[in-house]
Design a protein around this ligand. Structure first.
Ligand SMILES: Cc1cc2nc3c(=O)[nH]c(=O)nc-3n(C[C@H](O)[C@H](O)[C@H](O)COP(=O)(O)O)c2cc1C
Length: 202
């Protein structure tokens, strides 16, 4: 695109803009378009980042699921803010999202958990995510035991597992341009609840 991204062509709401780019990524060769980097900070102000999978997004925010006693969950309990980064290689586009984080409702986590494959459900029960594991066999034995235990019944969601929602107050859309003057379009949420869009230097 010779003229690059024109602010006037972007949606006024970044969720709508995200929906457009996400749909384009999903219909392209981009591998795992739903994978995003999640950065949190610990009690000492030290950042750490890892990949998680986006399940859902909308005006309420961006939802992912994880273990509520993991490293990231401990971080979020102390500092309920996070940054997300998507990179879609086929388009060479990046989206950065920042905002406050809260847990989704138990009902929403239950519904998601019920859709998970059985192996994932067993692993959510068995794996104390981020804890030290003596060896792989310990976890495998625990899974076998749970498999027996739940042989003839539905696996309920473990109370230590569920979703978080990142409620954006900043979203940046980055797009490559051949002249290296890449586009960066930055949405900020004002105290009045309205988004302001500006262009940032690449
Ligand atoms: C592509 C990809 C997707 C992942 N998705 C998730 C996810 O949705 N939820 C999750 O808890 N971990 C996911 N993981 C594993 C995390 O990156 C991480 O190892 C784990 O959550 C433990 O992180 P923590 O110790 O910082 O809490 C994913 C890893 C990769 C590579």
């Amino acid at each position: 695109m010779e003229d690059g991204l024109a602010l006037s062509e972007l949606a006024t709401d970044p969720i709508d803009q995200f929906a457009t780019w996400y749909a384009e990524a999903r219909h392209s060769d981009t591998i795992l378009p739903q994978a995003m980097t999640l950065a949190t900070i610990d009690a000492r102000g030290r950042p750490t980042a890892r990949m998680v999978i986006l399940d859902d997004f909308g005006p309420q925010g961006f939802v992912f699921y994880t273990h509520y006693q993991s490293h990231k969950a401990r971080d979020l309990a102390g500092a309920p803010h996070a940054a997300l980064v998507f990179y879609w290689a086929a388009q060479n586009r990046q989206v950065r999202i920042e905002g406050r984080v809260e847990k989704v409702s138990a009902a929403q986590s239950d519904a998601y958990f019920a859709r998970r494959p059985r192996d994932s459900q067993l692993s959510a029960w068995a794996s104390r995510q981020s804890a030290t594991l003596p060896d792989r066999q310990t976890l495998a034995a625990e899974i076998r035991e749970l498999d027996r235990q739940y042989a003839a019944r539905e696996i309920p969601r473990p109370p230590h597992w569920g979703g978080y929602r990142v409620q954006p107050d900043r979203c940046e859309f980055w797009a490559e341009r051949p002249d290296r003057l890449h586009d960066r379009c930055d949405y900020r949420l004002g105290p009045d609840g309205a988004w302001t869009l500006s262009r940032l230097a690449p």
